[in-house]
Write a protein that binds this ligand. Structure first.
Ligand code: PLP
Length: 371
């Protein structure tokens, strides 16, 4: 039947009865194709932002494609090691790292630990002294550039908690110069997620180039400039895809013969479109004139709608029947547990299945034990 939904060659109907719902299902092909296209267009290392989806098979797949990794916790770092990532291609960032986290990362000989505060620099230098090692660090900068994205996923304004402000650069370099157990090898920045406008990246890239030149002029052998992730994904139908080709051209026009390696930290862009979530309708009910479909997936399975008011396309398995307006809600005891409001679907009944689309990024990783 032509109307049956497939993921690659797998007919979802064929597996739905042997798996309990809700479950995530991923396409390797989409991840591979997206990675290869990104690699073709961007001249630089791609360090997959593991936070978007740390599924062990996805990590292995991306590692086999040639990706490095950007991790923000020891848990993510362990997963990358298990997946076989070359430790030389792993960077560790995050605004709060414990002494144990840093020690663990140092023992793995990773590419860089990105420092986000003066206190953290002191801590890393002290740990380096204790271990009798020189630790390779980067500075995560806060360039104070508005990403024009949702407030909850903006990270590059000076009032955000992330990075070190540019006007504190001289001060942190002074501290680095008097810290014998660290060497400044890189700088990085990431101003937010879901950025669609190339001009926003232009501002970031120009600022990073200027900052790198300034650091090089101080006789510091800067090896890496990491330009972050945040490449936008369109969750709605009929919207333009993010202009990766344009981004690639922009990079070439700004960075030509620089003495450092360029890298990126995309998460969402690589995996968002590769995942779907299959859920079963548990109950139909009417309250206040609203037709609720209560599904077994909810905010415990997929948090983005409740947390960010994200809207995801829904595909019904049952295509016949009169179009009806529904609000789809999860089973959790919270009124915010709504997947989508007011969508039109063919008439649905209890035990029908629905597909929530484009959930590969920030989907299963944000699921919880709630309720
Ligand atoms: N790098 C850092 C430091 C981040 O905080 C994030 C996301 O929050 C990313 C990379 C990945 O962002 P995205 O998934 O939008 O590409």
């Amino acid at each position: 039947n032509d109307n049956q939904p497939f993921v690659e060659e797998v007919c979802i109907n064929d597996i739905i009865n042997s798996h309990s719902t809700p479950f995530y299902l991923y396409s390797q092909k989409i991840i591979k194709d997206t990675f290869n296209n990104l690699k073709k267009n961007l001249s630089g290392e791609i360090l997959y932002a593991v936070k978007a989806n740390s599924n062990q098979s996805i990590l292995k797949l991306l590692k086999n494609c040639g990706a490095g990794a950007d991790v923000v916790s020891v848990g993510e770092l362990e997963r990358c090691i298990n997946a076989g990532f070359d430790s030389n291609k792993i960077i560790f960032e995050g605004v709060g790292k414990s002494e144990e986290d840093i020690e663990f990362a140092i023992k793995q000989n990773i590419k860089l630990i990105n420092v986000e505060s003066f206190d953290e620099l002191t801590l890393i230098n002290n740990i380096g002294k204790k271990m009798n090692k020189k630790i390779k660090i980067g500075i995560r900068l806060n360039p104070d550039i508005d990403s024009h994205t949702l407030e909850k996923i903006s990270t590059g304004n000076k009032t955000d908690k992330f990075g070190i402000e540019l006007n504190q650069l001289d001060k942190i370099i002074l501290q680095i110069k008097s810290s014998p157990n660290v060497s400044l090898d890189g700088i990085s920045c990431h101003i937010g997620s879901q950025i669609h406008n190339i001009n926003t990246f232009k501002k970031v890239f120009e600022t990073m180039k200027k900052t790198a030149s300034l650091i090089l002029s101080k006789k510091i052998n800067l090896k890496y400039v990491d330009l972050g992730g945040g490449f936008g994904v369109n969750y709605e139908e009929n919207q333009n895809e993010f202009d990766i080709k344009g981004l690639g051209e922009l990079i070439k026009s700004i960075f030509s013969n620089e003495p450092y390696e360029i890298s990126f930290e995309p998460g969402r862009y690589l995996v968002a479109k590769a995942g779907i979530l299959i859920t079963k309708i548990l109950t139909l009910k009417q309250n206040g004139g609203i037709n609720f479909l209560i599904t077994d997936a909810g905010m415990q399975t997929f948090l983005r709608p409740a947390m960010y008011h994200a809207s995801h396309k829904i595909l019904p398995f049952n295509q016949i029947g009169k179009k009806t307006t529904y609000t789809i809600a999860g089973p959790i005891c919270e009124s915010s547990d709504i997947i989508i409001k007011d969508i039109k679907l063919p008439y649905q009944t209890k035990d029908n299945f629905l597909i929530i689309c484009d959930v590969g990024a920030y989907g299963s990783v944000m699921s919880s034990n709630y309720n």
